[in-house]
Design a protein around this ligand. Structure first.
Ligand code: CTP
Length: 448
Protein backbone atom coordinates (compact mmCIF):
# COMPACT_ATOMS: atom_id res chain seq x y z
CA UNK A 1 0.00 0.00 0.00
CA UNK A 2 1.36 3.39 -1.03
CA UNK A 3 0.92 6.05 1.67
CA UNK A 4 0.78 9.77 0.85
CA UNK A 5 0.91 12.64 3.35
CA UNK A 6 0.14 16.35 2.91
CA UNK A 7 -0.20 19.33 5.26
CA UNK A 8 -2.08 22.61 5.41
CA UNK A 9 -4.26 24.98 7.37
CA UNK A 10 -7.33 24.47 5.15
CA UNK A 11 -9.06 27.59 6.40
CA UNK A 12 -12.38 28.35 4.65
CA UNK A 13 -11.92 25.15 2.61
CA UNK A 14 -12.00 25.99 -1.08
CA UNK A 15 -11.68 24.50 -4.54
CA UNK A 16 -7.86 24.82 -4.47
CA UNK A 17 -7.72 22.62 -1.36
CA UNK A 18 -10.14 20.08 -2.85
CA UNK A 19 -8.10 19.83 -6.07
CA UNK A 20 -4.93 19.39 -4.09
CA UNK A 21 -6.40 16.66 -1.89
CA UNK A 22 -7.77 14.84 -4.98
CA UNK A 23 -4.37 14.95 -6.67
CA UNK A 24 -2.57 13.87 -3.52
CA UNK A 25 -4.91 10.91 -3.05
CA UNK A 26 -4.39 9.88 -6.69
CA UNK A 27 -0.65 9.51 -6.02
CA UNK A 28 -1.22 6.46 -3.81
CA UNK A 29 -3.72 4.30 -1.94
CA UNK A 30 -3.92 5.95 1.46
CA UNK A 31 -3.96 9.71 2.18
CA UNK A 32 -2.95 11.23 5.50
CA UNK A 33 -3.63 14.95 5.97
CA UNK A 34 -1.89 17.03 8.61
CA UNK A 35 -4.06 19.95 9.72
CA UNK A 36 -2.26 22.68 11.67
CA UNK A 37 -3.58 23.37 15.14
CA UNK A 38 -4.64 26.86 16.18
CA UNK A 39 -1.69 27.68 18.44
CA UNK A 40 0.84 26.42 15.87
CA UNK A 41 -0.73 28.73 13.30
CA UNK A 42 -0.57 31.67 15.71
CA UNK A 43 3.10 30.93 16.39
CA UNK A 44 3.72 30.95 12.64
CA UNK A 45 2.18 34.40 12.47
CA UNK A 46 -1.14 33.21 10.98
CA UNK A 47 -3.37 35.22 13.29
CA UNK A 48 -6.33 35.55 11.02
CA UNK A 49 -7.44 31.98 10.47
CA UNK A 50 -11.26 31.94 10.59
CA UNK A 51 -12.19 28.30 11.19
CA UNK A 52 -10.90 26.65 14.32
CA UNK A 53 -8.98 23.39 14.07
CA UNK A 54 -12.09 21.22 14.67
CA UNK A 55 -14.03 22.97 11.92
CA UNK A 56 -11.07 22.69 9.55
CA UNK A 57 -10.68 18.97 10.30
CA UNK A 58 -14.41 18.36 9.69
CA UNK A 59 -14.28 20.12 6.32
CA UNK A 60 -11.17 18.25 5.21
CA UNK A 61 -12.85 14.96 6.20
CA UNK A 62 -15.98 15.89 4.27
CA UNK A 63 -14.04 16.05 0.98
CA UNK A 64 -14.04 12.23 1.02
CA UNK A 65 -10.40 11.96 -0.14
CA UNK A 66 -8.87 11.51 3.27
CA UNK A 67 -8.12 8.26 5.08
CA UNK A 68 -6.50 9.70 8.18
CA UNK A 69 -6.08 13.10 9.78
CA UNK A 70 -3.26 14.14 12.08
CA UNK A 71 -2.89 17.45 13.85
CA UNK A 72 0.33 19.30 13.14
CA UNK A 73 1.52 21.24 16.15
CA UNK A 74 5.28 21.65 15.99
CA UNK A 75 8.09 22.37 13.59
CA UNK A 76 9.83 19.13 12.66
CA UNK A 77 6.69 17.04 13.01
CA UNK A 78 6.67 16.24 9.29
CA UNK A 79 9.79 14.08 9.63
CA UNK A 80 8.38 12.38 12.72
CA UNK A 81 5.07 11.66 10.95
CA UNK A 82 6.74 10.31 7.81
CA UNK A 83 8.73 7.83 9.91
CA UNK A 84 5.86 6.99 12.27
CA UNK A 85 3.28 6.31 9.54
CA UNK A 86 5.79 4.78 7.11
CA UNK A 87 4.91 7.31 4.42
CA UNK A 88 6.01 6.84 0.79
CA UNK A 89 5.17 10.25 -0.69
CA UNK A 90 5.04 13.75 0.75
CA UNK A 91 2.85 15.99 -1.45
CA UNK A 92 2.29 19.74 -1.26
CA UNK A 93 1.17 22.59 -3.54
CA UNK A 94 3.62 24.08 -6.00
CA UNK A 95 3.67 27.37 -4.06
CA UNK A 96 6.07 25.49 -1.78
CA UNK A 97 8.35 24.33 -4.66
CA UNK A 98 11.77 23.43 -3.28
CA UNK A 99 10.90 24.25 0.35
CA UNK A 100 10.44 20.63 1.38
CA UNK A 101 13.34 19.06 -0.49
CA UNK A 102 14.91 18.27 2.87
CA UNK A 103 12.25 15.55 3.27
CA UNK A 104 13.69 13.64 0.27
CA UNK A 105 15.95 11.86 2.74
CA UNK A 106 12.84 10.23 4.22
CA UNK A 107 10.41 9.73 1.31
CA UNK A 108 9.56 10.91 -2.19
CA UNK A 109 8.57 14.60 -2.39
CA UNK A 110 6.00 15.72 -4.98
CA UNK A 111 4.99 19.34 -5.66
CA UNK A 112 1.47 19.33 -7.10
CA UNK A 113 0.10 22.08 -9.35
CA UNK A 114 -1.64 24.79 -7.38
CA UNK A 115 -5.08 26.00 -8.44
CA UNK A 116 -4.72 29.54 -9.70
CA UNK A 117 -6.83 32.43 -8.49
CA UNK A 118 -7.97 31.23 -5.10
CA UNK A 119 -6.56 31.10 -1.58
CA UNK A 120 -7.77 31.30 2.00
CA UNK A 121 -6.16 34.73 2.30
CA UNK A 122 -8.19 35.94 -0.68
CA UNK A 123 -11.45 34.54 0.71
CA UNK A 124 -10.77 36.05 4.12
CA UNK A 125 -10.21 39.48 2.66
CA UNK A 126 -13.27 39.24 0.36
CA UNK A 127 -15.78 38.74 3.14
CA UNK A 128 -13.81 40.58 5.76
CA UNK A 129 -15.63 42.92 8.06
CA UNK A 130 -13.14 45.72 8.49
CA UNK A 131 -13.10 47.46 11.85
CA UNK A 132 -12.20 51.12 11.42
CA UNK A 133 -10.21 52.20 14.42
CA UNK A 134 -9.54 55.75 15.57
CA UNK A 135 -6.36 56.26 17.58
CA UNK A 136 -6.39 58.96 20.23
CA UNK A 137 -3.11 59.94 21.88
CA UNK A 138 -0.38 59.42 19.29
CA UNK A 139 2.65 58.79 21.50
CA UNK A 140 5.05 55.87 21.89
CA UNK A 141 2.56 53.11 22.50
CA UNK A 142 0.14 54.26 19.79
CA UNK A 143 2.97 54.22 17.28
CA UNK A 144 3.60 50.57 18.07
CA UNK A 145 -0.06 49.65 17.84
CA UNK A 146 -0.50 51.40 14.50
CA UNK A 147 2.46 49.40 13.14
CA UNK A 148 0.86 46.18 14.36
CA UNK A 149 -2.38 46.71 12.44
CA UNK A 150 -0.61 45.32 9.35
CA UNK A 151 -0.57 41.95 11.13
CA UNK A 152 -4.31 41.89 11.74
CA UNK A 153 -6.39 41.71 8.55
CA UNK A 154 -9.61 43.11 9.96
CA UNK A 155 -8.07 46.10 11.74
CA UNK A 156 -7.66 49.41 9.95
CA UNK A 157 -6.52 52.70 11.42
CA UNK A 158 -8.82 55.21 9.79
CA UNK A 159 -8.48 58.27 12.01
CA UNK A 160 -5.97 59.76 14.43
CA UNK A 161 -6.15 62.54 16.95
CA UNK A 162 -3.68 64.12 19.32
CA UNK A 163 -3.80 67.47 21.11
CA UNK A 164 -0.47 68.07 19.38
CA UNK A 165 -1.47 67.81 15.68
CA UNK A 166 2.09 67.01 14.51
CA UNK A 167 2.05 63.86 16.69
CA UNK A 168 -1.03 62.59 14.81
CA UNK A 169 0.44 63.62 11.46
CA UNK A 170 3.61 61.65 12.20
CA UNK A 171 1.56 58.44 12.52
CA UNK A 172 -0.90 59.06 9.69
CA UNK A 173 -0.41 57.34 6.33
CA UNK A 174 -2.09 60.33 4.76
CA UNK A 175 -3.14 63.66 6.16
CA UNK A 176 -6.87 63.01 5.66
CA UNK A 177 -6.75 60.59 8.61
CA UNK A 178 -5.85 63.35 11.06
CA UNK A 179 -8.85 64.73 12.95
CA UNK A 180 -9.25 68.22 14.33
CA UNK A 181 -10.94 67.03 17.52
CA UNK A 182 -11.61 63.92 19.58
CA UNK A 183 -15.33 64.29 18.80
CA UNK A 184 -14.62 64.26 15.08
CA UNK A 185 -12.52 61.12 15.49
CA UNK A 186 -15.32 59.32 17.33
CA UNK A 187 -17.74 60.38 14.61
CA UNK A 188 -15.56 58.81 11.87
CA UNK A 189 -14.83 55.33 13.25
CA UNK A 190 -16.31 52.03 14.55
CA UNK A 191 -13.90 51.72 17.44
CA UNK A 192 -11.51 53.87 19.44
CA UNK A 193 -8.08 52.98 20.77
CA UNK A 194 -7.26 55.24 23.72
CA UNK A 195 -3.56 55.79 24.33
CA UNK A 196 -3.67 59.15 26.09
CA UNK A 197 -2.26 59.72 29.62
CA UNK A 198 -4.14 57.77 32.34
CA UNK A 199 -6.31 60.62 33.61
CA UNK A 200 -7.90 61.22 30.21
CA UNK A 201 -9.05 57.60 29.77
CA UNK A 202 -12.31 57.73 31.70
CA UNK A 203 -13.87 60.74 29.95
CA UNK A 204 -12.74 59.60 26.52
CA UNK A 205 -13.87 56.00 26.97
CA UNK A 206 -17.22 57.15 28.34
CA UNK A 207 -17.76 59.58 25.47
CA UNK A 208 -16.86 56.95 22.86
CA UNK A 209 -19.12 54.30 24.43
CA UNK A 210 -22.01 56.74 24.76
CA UNK A 211 -21.60 57.39 21.04
CA UNK A 212 -21.77 53.64 20.35
CA UNK A 213 -18.13 53.04 19.61
CA UNK A 214 -16.17 50.01 20.80
CA UNK A 215 -13.19 50.88 23.00
CA UNK A 216 -9.72 49.44 23.47
CA UNK A 217 -8.17 51.42 26.30
CA UNK A 218 -4.54 51.41 27.40
CA UNK A 219 -3.77 50.07 30.83
CA UNK A 220 -4.50 51.22 33.53
CA UNK A 221 -7.91 51.83 32.03
CA UNK A 222 -9.13 53.90 34.99
CA UNK A 223 -7.96 54.49 38.54
CA UNK A 224 -11.32 54.13 40.34
CA UNK A 225 -13.47 51.07 40.75
CA UNK A 226 -16.79 52.82 40.17
CA UNK A 227 -15.48 54.33 36.95
CA UNK A 228 -14.50 50.91 35.65
CA UNK A 229 -17.89 49.48 36.65
CA UNK A 230 -19.70 52.35 35.00
CA UNK A 231 -17.80 51.98 31.72
CA UNK A 232 -18.46 48.24 31.56
CA UNK A 233 -22.14 48.89 32.37
CA UNK A 234 -22.45 51.32 29.47
CA UNK A 235 -20.63 48.91 27.14
CA UNK A 236 -22.84 46.00 28.19
CA UNK A 237 -26.06 47.95 27.84
CA UNK A 238 -25.13 49.01 24.30
CA UNK A 239 -23.59 45.74 23.06
CA UNK A 240 -20.16 47.26 22.78
CA UNK A 241 -16.74 45.78 23.32
CA UNK A 242 -14.68 47.46 26.03
CA UNK A 243 -11.24 45.95 26.50
CA UNK A 244 -8.32 47.00 28.68
CA UNK A 245 -5.14 46.81 26.62
CA UNK A 246 -2.88 44.90 28.97
CA UNK A 247 -0.52 43.35 26.43
CA UNK A 248 0.57 40.45 28.63
CA UNK A 249 -3.04 39.31 28.99
CA UNK A 250 -3.26 38.51 25.28
CA UNK A 251 0.18 37.00 24.83
CA UNK A 252 -0.05 33.32 23.73
CA UNK A 253 2.84 32.14 25.91
CA UNK A 254 1.41 33.80 29.03
CA UNK A 255 -1.96 32.20 28.34
CA UNK A 256 -0.34 28.81 27.91
CA UNK A 257 1.38 29.24 31.27
CA UNK A 258 -1.99 30.01 32.86
CA UNK A 259 -3.70 26.97 31.28
CA UNK A 260 -0.88 24.66 32.45
CA UNK A 261 -1.18 25.95 36.00
CA UNK A 262 -4.99 25.80 35.96
CA UNK A 263 -4.65 22.18 34.80
CA UNK A 264 -2.90 21.41 38.08
CA UNK A 265 0.69 20.92 36.89
CA UNK A 266 2.11 22.60 39.99
CA UNK A 267 -0.75 21.62 42.31
CA UNK A 268 -2.72 24.25 44.25
CA UNK A 269 -1.33 27.75 43.88
CA UNK A 270 -0.41 29.06 47.33
CA UNK A 271 1.83 32.02 46.56
CA UNK A 272 2.62 34.37 43.70
CA UNK A 273 5.45 36.89 43.51
CA UNK A 274 5.69 39.25 40.58
CA UNK A 275 7.93 42.25 40.01
CA UNK A 276 8.75 44.87 37.46
CA UNK A 277 11.07 47.86 37.68
CA UNK A 278 12.58 50.61 35.57
CA UNK A 279 15.58 52.67 36.52
CA UNK A 280 15.79 55.06 33.62
CA UNK A 281 16.54 58.30 35.42
CA UNK A 282 14.10 61.10 36.19
CA UNK A 283 14.55 62.83 32.86
CA UNK A 284 13.34 59.87 30.82
CA UNK A 285 10.58 59.06 33.30
CA UNK A 286 9.19 62.60 33.33
CA UNK A 287 5.60 61.66 32.50
CA UNK A 288 5.73 58.45 34.52
CA UNK A 289 6.77 60.40 37.62
CA UNK A 290 4.55 63.42 37.09
CA UNK A 291 2.09 63.74 40.02
CA UNK A 292 -0.35 65.71 37.84
CA UNK A 293 -0.57 62.87 35.36
CA UNK A 294 -1.12 60.11 37.92
CA UNK A 295 2.52 59.10 37.76
CA UNK A 296 4.15 56.52 39.97
CA UNK A 297 5.05 52.88 39.89
CA UNK A 298 1.70 51.41 40.93
CA UNK A 299 -0.38 53.32 38.37
CA UNK A 300 2.21 52.93 35.68
CA UNK A 301 2.97 49.25 35.94
CA UNK A 302 0.65 47.75 38.59
CA UNK A 303 -1.76 46.11 36.17
CA UNK A 304 0.97 43.74 34.94
CA UNK A 305 1.75 41.88 38.19
CA UNK A 306 -1.91 42.07 39.18
CA UNK A 307 -2.83 40.12 36.06
CA UNK A 308 -1.35 36.69 36.97
CA UNK A 309 -2.39 37.22 40.59
CA UNK A 310 -6.05 37.93 39.81
CA UNK A 311 -6.18 35.36 37.01
CA UNK A 312 -4.86 32.54 39.19
CA UNK A 313 -6.10 33.44 42.67
CA UNK A 314 -9.27 35.29 41.69
CA UNK A 315 -10.68 38.71 42.44
CA UNK A 316 -12.14 37.82 45.84
CA UNK A 317 -9.17 38.56 48.08
CA UNK A 318 -9.35 39.26 51.81
CA UNK A 319 -7.22 42.41 51.84
CA UNK A 320 -4.44 44.35 50.16
CA UNK A 321 -1.61 46.08 52.01
CA UNK A 322 0.71 48.46 50.20
CA UNK A 323 4.15 49.74 51.22
CA UNK A 324 5.45 52.71 49.26
CA UNK A 325 8.47 54.95 49.07
CA UNK A 326 7.34 58.35 47.82
CA UNK A 327 9.53 61.01 46.24
CA UNK A 328 9.37 64.74 47.10
CA UNK A 329 6.36 65.15 44.79
CA UNK A 330 4.41 62.44 46.59
CA UNK A 331 4.82 59.97 43.73
CA UNK A 332 5.66 56.34 44.57
CA UNK A 333 9.02 55.35 43.16
CA UNK A 334 8.58 51.94 44.75
CA UNK A 335 5.53 50.02 45.91
CA UNK A 336 5.36 46.57 47.39
CA UNK A 337 1.92 45.05 47.72
CA UNK A 338 0.69 42.03 49.65
CA UNK A 339 -2.63 40.53 48.66
CA UNK A 340 -4.05 38.09 51.17
CA UNK A 341 -6.48 35.41 50.09
CA UNK A 342 -8.15 32.81 52.30
CA UNK A 343 -5.82 30.03 51.14
CA UNK A 344 -3.01 31.91 49.42
CA UNK A 345 -0.95 35.07 49.38
CA UNK A 346 0.51 37.13 46.58
CA UNK A 347 3.04 39.90 46.56
CA UNK A 348 4.40 42.28 44.00
CA UNK A 349 7.14 44.89 43.77
CA UNK A 350 7.09 47.81 41.40
CA UNK A 351 9.91 50.26 40.95
CA UNK A 352 10.26 53.45 38.94
CA UNK A 353 13.51 54.62 40.41
CA UNK A 354 14.25 51.45 42.36
CA UNK A 355 15.64 48.34 40.68
CA UNK A 356 14.68 44.80 41.52
CA UNK A 357 14.67 41.40 39.83
CA UNK A 358 11.69 41.42 37.49
CA UNK A 359 10.53 37.85 37.58
CA UNK A 360 7.31 35.98 38.22
CA UNK A 361 7.20 33.00 40.55
CA UNK A 362 4.07 30.97 41.10
CA UNK A 363 4.37 28.54 44.01
CA UNK A 364 2.18 25.46 44.21
CA UNK A 365 1.77 22.36 46.36
CA UNK A 366 3.47 20.16 43.73
CA UNK A 367 6.01 22.53 42.18
CA UNK A 368 6.50 26.08 40.99
CA UNK A 369 6.57 28.12 37.81
CA UNK A 370 9.52 30.38 37.17
CA UNK A 371 9.18 33.09 34.53
CA UNK A 372 12.33 35.21 34.23
CA UNK A 373 12.40 38.92 33.45
CA UNK A 374 10.85 40.29 31.32
CA UNK A 375 8.00 37.93 32.22
CA UNK A 376 5.39 40.48 31.01
CA UNK A 377 6.67 39.70 27.50
CA UNK A 378 6.53 35.98 28.17
CA UNK A 379 8.62 33.91 25.78
CA UNK A 380 10.07 31.35 28.16
CA UNK A 381 9.19 29.72 31.46
CA UNK A 382 10.01 26.66 33.50
CA UNK A 383 7.96 24.39 35.68
CA UNK A 384 10.20 23.15 38.48
CA UNK A 385 9.78 20.34 40.99
CA UNK A 386 11.48 18.79 44.00
CA UNK A 387 12.54 15.96 41.70
CA UNK A 388 14.57 17.93 39.18
CA UNK A 389 14.11 15.22 36.56
CA UNK A 390 10.52 16.40 36.23
CA UNK A 391 11.51 20.01 35.44
CA UNK A 392 10.35 21.24 32.09
CA UNK A 393 11.29 24.32 30.06
CA UNK A 394 8.85 25.96 27.66
CA UNK A 395 10.04 28.23 24.84
CA UNK A 396 8.01 30.57 22.62
CA UNK A 397 8.53 33.43 20.27
CA UNK A 398 7.68 36.94 21.44
CA UNK A 399 6.69 39.09 18.48
CA UNK A 400 7.92 42.55 19.35
CA UNK A 401 6.16 44.83 20.30
CA UNK A 402 3.53 42.21 21.10
CA UNK A 403 0.42 44.33 20.55
CA UNK A 404 -0.98 42.29 17.64
CA UNK A 405 -2.62 39.85 20.03
CA UNK A 406 -4.68 42.45 21.89
CA UNK A 407 -5.63 44.00 18.59
CA UNK A 408 -6.65 40.62 17.17
CA UNK A 409 -8.75 39.87 20.25
CA UNK A 410 -10.37 43.31 20.10
CA UNK A 411 -11.48 43.03 16.47
CA UNK A 412 -12.44 39.39 16.92
CA UNK A 413 -14.68 40.35 19.90
CA UNK A 414 -16.29 43.07 17.75
CA UNK A 415 -16.83 40.87 14.69
CA UNK A 416 -18.10 37.90 16.70
CA UNK A 417 -20.13 40.02 19.13
CA UNK A 418 -18.29 38.71 22.19
CA UNK A 419 -18.66 41.30 24.89
CA UNK A 420 -16.44 39.75 27.56
CA UNK A 421 -12.97 38.52 26.72
CA UNK A 422 -11.59 35.52 28.61
CA UNK A 423 -8.12 37.02 28.12
CA UNK A 424 -8.87 40.16 30.13
CA UNK A 425 -12.01 39.74 32.15
CA UNK A 426 -14.12 42.71 33.22
CA UNK A 427 -13.93 41.58 36.84
CA UNK A 428 -10.12 41.60 36.67
CA UNK A 429 -10.01 45.03 35.12
CA UNK A 430 -12.45 46.38 37.75
CA UNK A 431 -10.40 44.84 40.57
CA UNK A 432 -7.22 46.45 39.23
CA UNK A 433 -9.00 49.80 39.35
CA UNK A 434 -10.13 49.05 42.91
CA UNK A 435 -6.54 48.49 44.05
CA UNK A 436 -5.39 51.70 42.32
CA UNK A 437 -8.20 53.53 44.12
CA UNK A 438 -7.23 52.07 47.48
CA UNK A 439 -3.74 53.43 46.89
CA UNK A 440 -5.07 56.89 45.96
CA UNK A 441 -7.13 56.92 49.15
CA UNK A 442 -4.09 55.76 51.13
CA UNK A 443 -6.05 52.91 52.73
CA UNK A 444 -3.71 50.28 54.17
CA UNK A 445 -0.83 52.12 52.57
CA UNK A 446 2.35 52.41 54.63
CA UNK A 447 4.89 55.00 53.59
CA UNK A 448 8.50 53.91 53.88
N1 CTP B 1 -3.39 25.01 -2.30
C1 CTP B 1 -3.57 24.80 -3.67
N2 CTP B 1 -4.22 25.74 -4.42
C2 CTP B 1 -4.67 26.87 -3.85
C3 CTP B 1 -4.51 27.11 -2.46
C4 CTP B 1 -3.85 26.14 -1.72
O1 CTP B 1 -3.16 23.77 -4.21
N3 CTP B 1 -5.27 27.77 -4.61
C5 CTP B 1 -2.68 24.01 -1.52
C6 CTP B 1 -1.41 24.50 -0.84
O2 CTP B 1 -0.32 24.53 -1.72
C7 CTP B 1 -1.23 23.47 0.25
C8 CTP B 1 -2.68 23.12 0.62
O3 CTP B 1 -3.49 23.58 -0.46
O4 CTP B 1 -0.62 22.31 -0.26
C9 CTP B 1 -3.12 23.75 1.92
O5 CTP B 1 -2.74 25.10 1.88
P1 CTP B 1 -3.24 26.28 2.85
O6 CTP B 1 -2.07 27.02 3.30
O7 CTP B 1 -4.18 25.76 3.84
O8 CTP B 1 -4.11 27.13 1.78
P2 CTP B 1 -4.06 28.61 1.23
O9 CTP B 1 -5.36 28.87 0.58
O10 CTP B 1 -2.83 28.83 0.38
O11 CTP B 1 -3.97 29.46 2.57
P3 CTP B 1 -3.35 30.90 2.90
O12 CTP B 1 -3.93 31.83 1.92
O13 CTP B 1 -3.79 31.16 4.33
O14 CTP B 1 -1.85 30.76 2.79
Amino acid sequence: MKKVITYGTYDLLHEGHINLLRRAKALGDYLIVGVTNDSFDRERGKLNVRNNVMERVERVKATGFVDQIVIEDYIGQKIDDIIKYDVDIFAIGSDWEGKFDYLKEYCKVVYLPRTEGISSTMLRSENETVVNIGVVGCGRIAKRLVAETSKVDAARVSALYDIVPTAAEALAKDKSLVCASFEELVERVDAVYIATPHLAHYDQAKYALEHHRHVLCETPMVLREEQAEELYRIAQANNLVLLEANKTAFCPAFNHLITLIKSGLIGDVVGIDASESKLWGEEKLKRELNPNEAGGSLYEMGSYPLLPILRLLGTEYEDVTLYSRLNDNGVDIYTRGIIRYRNAVASFQLGLGVKTEGNLIISGTKGYAYVPSPWWKTDYFELRYEDQNMNKKYFYKWDEPGLRYELQEFVSCIINKRYNSARMRQKESITMARIMQQFAQRKSVFEL
